[in-house]
Write a protein that binds this ligand. Sequence first.
Ligand code: ADE
Length: 248
Amino acid sequence: MIIEVLTIFPDFFKSPLDAGVIRRAIDAGLLEFRALDLRDYTHDRHRTTDDRPFGGGEGMVMVPGPIFEAVDDLRSCEPQPFVVMLSPRGRLLDQEIARELASEKRLVFLCGRYEGIDERVARGCVDMELSIGDYVLSGGETAALVAMEVITRFVPGVLGCGTSAENDSFTTGLLEHPQYTRPREFRGMKVPEVLLGGNHKEIAAWRRSEALRITAQRRPDLLKKAELTDDERRIVKDYLEVDSEHSV
Ligand code: ADE
């Protein structure tokens, strides 16, 4: 997969991409990454990428010219890119969208700064607007990093053999069960007995029931979409009832 980012801060991406899963994916040839400077597509002495908003108001707006030129340039070579503009008004990023985007051969992330981007960019040059949450960042760069990390986890091979983002929290529809490692007892807190016994069936059942409990307690909204058996629905209902008794 190829990911290109259009930004006025290409250096922003240097150190975050130099470690961890993404670095390994790049080294393994599974991911090709380029940060492109939008200012390289300007034609004035000051390399201007923003201007005052028509109609007045605070702040500056990114001008459409350099962005269209950059995207035209990227579209002039194969494979054709899917162009995503990071914006708080976009589709909310979740595991489903990440999986969808991971199937693209080439993604371009367009990062805005200032108060916004001239609306003609959204109308004429992007395929999708994407938000990473209901809050406002100072620019799309951090959002692009988050999106890249979530998406690349779905690219086959990126997580190493046998591991898959398909088993992650949210993909399964539930939050993750708790994990323990050594020591068996730490500051008076013991590892649950069932995990020490080596009975894989019992361990799997415990993990599933803990995932149900934690999801019911912390994110009951997720349960609507989760695939549960009738028994599991009853267990979850009990958790929800106990919680609502405590909260009154
Ligand atoms: N740019 C500013 N805020 C953003 C957000 N929440 N998601 C994506 N891009 C953004």
